[in-house]
Design a protein around this ligand. Structure first.
Ligand code: SME
Length: 192
């Protein structure tokens, strides 16, 4: 995928001056608007822009569900060729689906199963070019062909995983992995 020239849809987080980016309350008039813009430049530059948008979107909010929901929506709509973006959270025993964009998904994933389980148990990002070649891949959406799963760890504790699926084979390269790991880090930092 040549993304150097590609201009990806992105988001501008807007509002009245003086209203926090998550300030959908406390204002005289309710304004909480996310307007599509376009990411530009090389793929690393586009991810840097998306990371800045994510930081702004999550800024000042520590609620895990709210931030997971908004980050899923941001990424799903900003990056091309994705069919599922979302979170699984560790409940102390297994992974339980959290906020996501895409088709309904498997609710619980044991730590020893699937790409998500591999990311969670090894605490290493799993970048899978062909999910059909990954032993134990769990097909929640039959359209998925490639996948990245980033473990979410804070203070040595497994929080969950950030899972991104594509209907294209080999959709994700090292730049995508790095960019998605940065976004996952922004999510983890937002909870502190
Ligand atoms: N494919 C994942 C399961 C989650 S769905 O992709 C949303 C896996 O193998 O762990």
């Amino acid at each position: 995928m040549d993304t150097r020239e590609r201009r990806l849809p992105g988001f501008f987080v807007g509002g009245d001056p003086g209203i926090g980016l998550n300030g959908c309350n406390g204002a005289a008039r309710l304004l909480c608007m996310f307007t599509a813009t376009t990411l530009s430049g090389s793929k690393p530059e586009q991810y840097a822009e998306l990371a800045a948008q994510a930081r702004a979107l999550l800024s000042g909010e520590r609620d895990r569900i709210a931030n997971a929901a908004n980050l899923s929506a941001l990424v799903y709509h900003a990056l091309p060729a994705l069919n599922w973006v979302g979170f699984y959270f560790h409940d102390g025993n297994e992974l339980v689906v959290g906020p996501f964009q895409g088709l309904p998904a498997c609710v619980r994933i044991p730590l020893h199963k699937g790409v998500c389980g591999a990311a969670a148990s090894t605490r290493q990002t799993q970048r899978v070019a062909d999910v059909d070649a990954f032993p134990g891949h769990i097909a929640c959406d039959s359209a998925s062909r490639s996948e990245v799963v980033v473990p979410l760890v804070r203070d040595g504790e497994l929080i969950g995983v950030f899972d991104i699926d594509s209907p294209e084979l080999d959709r994700f390269d090292a730049d995508d992995q790095h960019g998605l790991e940065t976004l996952a880090g922004i999510f983890v930092e937002s909870l502190a």
